[in-house]
Write a protein that binds this ligand. Structure first.
Ligand code: HXC
Length: 522
């Protein structure tokens, strides 16, 4: 019998700590995280949606993405905690981004997920670069309770602090429910994709339980609802590719922050004549035409990015370049409701004017406005309050402001559409222009009511009085003689006149007394 102690088994040898082994482990972990859960990825694709990383590839310049917090975990136990965050470039210019990953717990937002978003938002503010959110989330992570709500609060607070300092863009590419929808609402611009994106405060089930109303997710908060009715979405697209391509286009027109000017480019021909402008706009004040055709003639290469194309079509708001310099254009649209201002148009234009002013984008306002839309629906809906927003926005704007009056400019709507009295720097009028308190017929009916009632031939007298009123008052020279119009221009020279005006005003500075903030009518 062998009494010697049995040979002890060799202890397992720890893997050799070589740099290569550690690096391989890191690479394996990193690619596993980037690959994600394939079953969930396939489901995402089946729903017609891309993954967070695929979206970032479309949005950012190739190979420019620098990720932060890839390994961060929260209550889901999955690395990233359902949001891919970091920074990259778009056409070589720095942006910060976060893309919610629906394949991890439906992209729901818990404390770690929120902390990652807070981190990139803070970096964007510290470096003065735009922040872009790609939203695709079931909302507050239910299992985390108040911690999830706290995370949202941190996002909203940062968005408000960053407002007017860095551009903020929200791209809704999936569900965005509950209070989460306030994040796109606080952004400067919100994009949505048809069919796959929805935004609402309370979902269809709650709606039915509370009011009995049955609606689908899309009917309640789809892209066309927000792009055409509520006005929450500034841009609506059919698919993610065109949507993200348009985000890139928008960024090419914006400065990185409020201390920079928007990027200018060498593109665009010089101060050339545009004779076709005179053919686009009919001389008769009530004949419709498409103001977008006028804008296309004025801007470089006929290219402009229309904001809120599907909402409040009676006013057109667009970003474009004139002689390579970015401008914001606001124009009444005679094709829709004869171009009147109403509650929606006032809100749309007011927000656009405030954005342009915050980010040093000069404003060109094309006026052809018969007045405000009359009626109880408008008055009860707060037409005065909403119109005051536009008035306030223009009065406050300190960027270069050029008004071009094409045809009609009546009453309060004339004042609101960036008239000299509220501070435009340069007012140009076409010879077709009619600035007046109201149209000739309405004016004659009010001023000469008694004479008309006593006349033997009221129709003939009315015609004479209308012609007289138009001769006396309804031409640009009445305003030009009094300094309210700086020049009466040949329509063909509008582009060159605007371009020269912008060059003249480029160094405009205006100081205002310090105050906490104004009290804009909301
Ligand atoms: C935790 C969630 C979640 C949430 C989805 N998931 N939403 N987990 N918290 N809020 C999980 C699901 O359990 C599921 O997990 C996975 O994500 C995918 O979800 P599905 O339901 O299978 O996907 P789908 O059928 O496409 O439906 C998507 C959905 C639905 C419409 C978003 O998931 C849904 O209604 N979610 C709840 C929405 C909601 O009520 N959120 C709270 C809103 S209030 P598994 O493990 O099965 O894959 C809110 C307050 C914010 O957000 C307040 C801020 C101030």
């Amino acid at each position: 019998m062998d009494l010697r102690p049995a040979a002890r088994p060799e202890p397992p040898r720890p893997p050799r700590r070589t740099m290569r082994a550690l690096r391989d482990r890191r690479d394996e972990l990193t690619s596993r995280i980037a690959l994600g859960n394939q079953t969930a990825v396939e489901r995402q694709h089946r729903l017609g949606k891309r993954t967070a990383r695929e979206r970032l590839e479309l949005l950012l310049d190739e190979g420019s993405f620098v990720e932060v917090d890839m390994y961060r975990k929260g209550t889901t136990g999955a690395s990233t905690d359902g949001v891919v965050a970091g920074s990259g470039t778009v056409d070589g210019r720095r942006v910060f981004v976060y893309a919610q990953d629906f394949t991890i717990s439906g992209g729901s937002l818990g404390a770690a997920h929120a902390a990652k978003i807070h981190k990139v938002m803070d970096m964007a503010m510290d470096t003065g670069a735009p922040i872009i959110a790609l939203n695709d989330s079931g909302g507050a992570r239910i299992q985390e309770g108040v911690m999830a709500l706290d995370g949202y609060g941190g996002i909203f607070r940062r968005q408000v602090a960053a407002s007017g300092i860095i551009p903020q863009i929200s791209v809704v590419l999936g569900p965005c429910a509950g209070g989460a929808a306030y994040s796109p609402a606080l952004a400067d611009f919100t994009f949505m994709v048809r069919e796959t994106a929805q935004m609402y405060l309370t979902g269809p089930d709650v709606v039915q339980a509370v009011s009995g109303e049955r609606v689908t997710h899309d009917q309640l908060g789809g892209a066309d609802v927000h792009g055409g009715r509520s006005g929450v979405a500034s841009f609506v697209h059919d698919d993610e590719e065109t949507c993200l391509a348009d985000v890139r286009y928008l960024l090419s027109l914006l400065p990185g922050n409020n201390l920079e000017s928007p990027p200018s480019c060498e593109c665009g021909p010089g101060d050339d004549l545009r004779p076709s402008l005179a053919d686009i706009v009919p001389v008769e004040p009530n004949r419709p035409y498409d103001i977008r055709a006028v804008i296309a003639e004025l801007v470089d290469d006929g290219e402009f990015l229309e904001v809120h194309e599907g909402w409040a079509g009676n006013v057109v708001c667009a970003l474009a370049r004139i002689n390579g310099e970015v401008v914001g254009i606001v124009g009444n649209q005679p094709l829709v409701l004869a171009g009147v201002l109403d509650t929606s148009a006032s809100q749309k234009a007011a927000r656009f004017v405030r954005f342009c002013d915050a980010f040093n984008i000069p404003l060109v306002t094309l006026v052809d406005v018969p007045g405000f839309l009359p009626g109880t629906e408008q008055e009860y809906g707060g037409a005065i309050r909403h119109g005051a927003k536009l008035l306030y926005a223009y009065c406050e704007a300190s960027v270069p402001r050029i008004q071009v009056i094409l045809r009609k400019a009546y009453g309060g709507a004339y004042i609101v559409m960036d008239s000299r009295s509220i501070g435009c720097d340069l007012s140009l009028a076409w010879p077709t222009n009619e600035i007046a308190v109201m149209g000739a017929e309405a004016a004659v009916n009010v001023v000469h009511r008694k004479e008309l009632a006593a006349a033997t031939d009221p129709a003939e007298l009315r015609a004479v009085l209308i012609a007289q009123y138009a001769d006396d008052l309804m031409h640009p020279y009445y305003a030009a003689e009094r300094g309210l119009v700086d020049d009466v221009i040949d329509p063909a020279q509008t582009r060159s006149a605007v371009s020269r005006g912008l060059a003249m005003l480029r160094d405009k500075r205006r100081r205002t007394p310090a105050r906490k903030h104004g009290n804009v009518p909301l």
